[in-house]
Design a protein around this ligand. Sequence first.
Ligand code: HSE
Length: 257
Amino acid sequence: MGSNAPEPEALTVSAPATSANLGPGFDVLGLALDLGNAVVIRRRPGPLTVRVTGEGVGELAEDETNLVCRALLRGLDSLDGLEVECRNRIPLGRGLGSSAATVCAGLVAANALGGLRWSPDDLLAHATALEGHADNAAACLNGGLVAVAPGMGVRPLDAPEGLGFIVVIPEDRISTGAARAAMPAEVPLVAAAATLAHAVGLVLALADGDLEGVAAHLDKHELHEPYRGPLVPAFGVIRGLVDRRDCLGATISGSGP
Ligand code: HSE
């Protein structure tokens, strides 16, 4: 993501969509996509105004309860005198990190407007506090393919040459809260151990540029898919198509669908 100030009084922060839980990397692996939101902020006298255009128009709050304002308020004492415009292109509730993009854009804007000197780790910590998980925010803040581990911040991973991603976006929505609630508090040890092994295998295969290895590990995950798969329309059909289309695998993007 990045920011620039085309006019002295306007700050534009762009923030990409992200796909989290890459394969077995539940809550730890994510990647940024070629789609994104922009937040444009201008200073002018008067109380806060918020305007949403694009995705979520008429649905997302146009006041200080908007997520972008909650992110801004982590760094700024007051939002008076700000005109905030959310130019949203990321569909809501489709597992593409729309909330992470909003949160990260708000935090980066607060950092710039408040002269806060937050480091990338500070930004990630604030985003994780607001999001409840770090994988979307890590990919959004850093770009590319990333891993995030406790105490280690964001680690970029090299994507092998020729690796591409196709996102299938159904009309149906799933909230991250509902998708997290669909998962049990505990999983069998054998499922946890197998998923851990495949997550490490996937990271090693990515580092080696080993596409066969990526295929061997990408859709082997037993922490969330058994519980969330039934919530995703036609997931079994998509899996079946992938098997016949020379793709490396199919995985639920974030919390789905
Ligand atoms: N890791 C998060 C989850 C991603 O699966 O709940 C949500 O986009």
